[in-house]
Design a protein around this ligand. Structure first.
Ligand SMILES: [Zn+2]
Length: 419
């Protein structure tokens, strides 16, 4: 299924913002990072910052002192807009960032609301922003259930990122394959079947209880050395909702915890494969609509924006690797606003060239950048407002590369054909 929850979209956007912030470095020790937990009183935080402002008067370098104090002032101004921290707390990054060599610094402020609650209060003034607490929130959070089963025992485990927890182990208690003397073959088989049936039901029930608790459960991988895993999956033992989450059935050499470890070693590929398969499927669906001229496939920034605007986009498909900025320029003289799409890497040059560019309307050389937005972020926000689903596609598959290179990285599948 395409990523549609606003949660995954906000995580994705945060990830991109953090990538940008990580690339910034101050001239000196003058970039401010402020983490405010949800239960902190804003006026206390402001009091603390005023103290820091006072302390900053001791900074020897005049430029650094000026930059630090200005950054604190700006942070205070932003804090004033809040009566109390938002539900997950508040993070502010502020500082003078050099654009293009010394003397080109410009104050930048970023106010972020984290996707998860912040636990610690942190104020730091450094040459770089402190990003680690937020980075931890955007790392792979998806949970995968693992079930390893054969006819004698079974294990239910949970994998999150690099971490694995064995949740429960089962033993079948099924008699060996050789019947005791005097027992009829049919009776022996019946007992065995009954025991196997009980064993499967027991695992099914517990697996449901254990996996159901995990909200972030993305999928389940079933493994084991023999055919038992298939009997279990194909039979009527596992809740249908969990069955739908089975991503792969993997042959292992071992059972028990060793079997789980074996699956985890193989699962990085399995899971990456699952994600890429999903991405391929999405782009192929789009290519089908284009190839068959169904009228449901559209691409390019202008087209996609038009259909988003009309509220007919079912699925917005964007390339993760599209680093474009939507830049709005304004004329100081006549107020004319224009917008431009430019590659992120060209922004500094664009801004410099603007200084010697004449306004198309009044011919004055008075243009400046009023606002610049990451194009992907802008489209994702727009899609969210219009209730469109969203898929962000990597360039790890041929389809992903094609989306980026042949379709400009932006495409959409419409709900219905629009004439
Ligand atoms: Zn003008």
């Amino acid at each position: 299924m395409p990523e549609s929850s606003s949660d995954s979209v906000s995580r994705f956007k945060l990830k991109r913002t953090l990538e940008t912030l990580a690339s910034k470095e101050g001239r000196g020790t003058e970039l401010i990072s402020l983490y405010v937990p949800p239960d902190r009183k804003i006026h206390e935080v402001m009091g603390n910052l005023r103290d820091e402002y006072g302390t900053a008067t001791n900074i020897k370098s005049r430029t650094t002192r000026k930059n630090v104090q200005e950054a604190i002032e700006r942070t205070l101004q932003r804090l004033k807009l809040f009566k109390q921290p938002p539900k997950n707390g508040l993070v502010i990054f502020c500082g003078a960032i050099p654009r293009n060599g010394p003397g080109t610094e410009r104050m930048e402020t970023n106010v972020l609301e984290p996707p998860e609650p912040i636990n610690v209060y942190l104020y730091r003034c450094d040459a770089r922003f402190v990003l680690e607490p937020l980075l931890a929130m955007v790392r792979e959070r998806d949970a995968y259930g693992v079930l390893v089963i054969d006819s004698s025992d079974a294990v239910v485990a949970m994998v999150k990122g690099q971490r694995m927890d064995v949740l429960q182990e089962f033993s079948s208690g099924i008699p060996g394959k050789h019947r005791a003397g005097g027992q009829s073959a049919r009776r022996f088989e019946r007992i065995r079947e009954q025991a196997m049936n009980d064993y499967f039901h027991r695992i099914g029930k517990h697996a449901y209880d254990l996996f159901n608790k995990e909200q972030a459960l993305k999928g389940i991988i079933v493994g084991g050395p023999g055919p038992t895993k298939h009997d279990f999956v194909e039979g009527d033992y596992l809740n249908y909702m969990l069955k739908e989450k089975i991503l792969a059935t993997v042959d292992t050499s071992y059972t028990g915890q060793q079997g789980v470890e074996e699956i985890i070693n193989k699962s990085q590929d399995v899971l990456r494969g699952v994600r890429y398969l999903e991405e391929k499927r999405i782009v192929q669906k789009f290519l089908y609509e284009i190839g068959h001229e169904t009228g449901l496939g559209v691409y390019g920034e202008t087209q996609v924006r038009k259909y988003l605007n009309a509220g007919v986009v079912d699925l917005l498909i964007v390339s993760e690797k599209m680093n474009m900025l939507h830049v709005y320029t304004k004329c100081k003289n006549c107020g004319t606003v224009e917008d431009h799409l430019i590659p992120q890497a060209n922004f500094v040059k664009f801004e410099q060239d603007l200084l010697s560019t004449a306004c198309k309307k009044c011919n004055a050389t008075a243009l400046y950048v009023e606002e610049s937005k990451d194009l992907v972020d802008e489209l994702l926000d727009f899609a969210e407002k219009q209730n469109a689903n969203v898929a962000v596609i990597s360039t790890e598959t041929d389809e992903g590369v094609m989306l980026k290179d042949s379709f400009g990285g932006i495409a959409a599948i419409l709900r219905y054909k629009v004439s």
